[in-house]
Design a protein around this ligand. Structure first.
Ligand SMILES: Cc1ncc(COP(=O)(O)O)c(C=O)c1O
Length: 357
């Protein structure tokens, strides 16, 4: 995804942003969340002596219906460690083409686990059990071994689409029958749970590992929690230690996560309503060719030739103080989150109408 603004962009570019629809990763911790940190009991996390982190891990394990969980610095680390635990070098991981592990983890699966990625073209980020069946390689001396199926809930770059429970069940069944493990990148699993009215644990039921991000819709500033069976988490801990992810008084961070789980889950519904409103308004603009059906907090849309598109549109929006991200030469992505309200949506839509109307 060619982003117009990147982490290397001068600070002034970001500081001119007044309406930030670039990503739900842009949220800043609220005052109440910061206050929760002041009260956090802390200890040495590497020695399992940080009570707040332990509380967060137990809470997320329960939320996801798993035996155990481990606090990680980031979602990327959750994905990379899960792949490492589930596979051996030269194995193959089946996943969707637009998934984060393919395009946005700096080639980590190849470097850290020595695995190959077998990418499927999904329907808005979701693939079928039949596609998995076809992708699983027969046992042959000269072929890589298919070892893991990885899904992304919601499918971010495909427009925040939700994997329905039945589809997940079918995909997991095919994987497990063939002896493969299953992993869910749940960066936005709580968005799916709120939008679909399905408990996160039900979505994750047949996943051997699953994680949630605390820094996206939930609005914390650092951290993700990886969950799975006791044995899986024990192995995950070993890689976390080896890769430098073990922490010390991490309760300072975990307290934000606990606060987010208490206060920022139900409100995701507001983000979804705002995203739906944006999608509907865009669909009515002459310069918009297609809006991917909006299911959660992400709006991906393509513009008509002759109107600004992709990078040109994001640049023009930025001149009005609105940040959106670029999907490709003609498409952009708009994301709603804790730090944008109805008034911000009004302004964004005015800007979009002026560019695409
Ligand atoms: C679907 C998905 N997976 C993984 C990640 C990585 O999460 P983190 O930024 O916490 O490393 C992201 C981040 O944007 C994401 O969107």
């Amino acid at each position: 995804m060619a982003e117009v603004m990147t982490e290397t962009e001068p600070e002034t570019t970001w500081s001119s942003v007044r309406y930030n629809f670039y990503s739900d990763t842009q949220t800043k911790p609220t005052r109440a969340m910061r206050e929760a940190v002041l009260e956090a009991e802390v200890g040495d996390e590497q020695l399992f002596a940080d009570p707040t982190t332990l509380r967060l891990e137990r809470r997320v394990a329960e939320l996801l219906g798993k035996e155990a969980a481990v606090f990680m610095p980031s979602g990327t680390m959750c994905n990379e460690i899960a792949i490492k635990v589930h596979t051996d070098p030269s194995d193959e991981v089946i996943c969707e083409r637009s998934s984060h592990i393919v395009g946005y983890e700096s080639g980590g699966p190849a470097m850290l686990s020595g695995v190959m990625l077998y990418t499927l073209d999904g329907d808005r980020g979701r693939f079928s059990a039949e596609q998995v069946r076809t992708a699983i390689r027969p046992a042959a001396r000269y072929m890589p071994r298919s070892r893991l199926v990885s899904v992304e809930q919601t499918a971010n770059l495909a427009g925040g689409s939700i994997w329905p429970v039945e589809l997940l069940d079918e995909v997991a069944e095919v994987a497990h029958q063939a002896g493969l493990s299953t992993h869910m990148d749940g960066a936005r699993l709580m968005n799916a749970a709120v939008a679909a009215g399905v408990p996160a644990a039900r979505f994750a039921r047949d996943m051997d590992s699953v994680w949630i991000d605390l820094t996206k819709g939930l609005g914390a500033s650092v951290g993700a929690v990886l969950a799975g069976g006791g044995d899986f988490i024990e192995q995950a801990w070993r890689w976390k230690q080896q890769w430098g992810g073990a922490m010390r008084q991490s309760g300072i961070l975990a307290a934000m996560g606990l606060y987010a789980l208490d206060h920022h889950v139900d409100r995701l519904a507001e983000d979804h309503v705002r995203a739906a409103r944006i999608g509907e308004a865009l669909a009515g603009m002459p310069g918009v060719a297609e809006v991917v059906p909006v299911e959660t907090n992400i709006v991906v849309f393509r513009t008509v030739e002759g109107f600004p598109g992709g990078p040109g549109l994001a640049e023009a929006a930025a001149e009005h103080g609105a940040a959106i991200s670029v999907r490709d030469e003609r498409s952009c992505r708009i994301v709603t989150h804790l730090d944008v309200d109805d008034r911000d949506v009004d302004v964004l839509l005015e800007v979009m109408a002026s560019l695409l109307g």
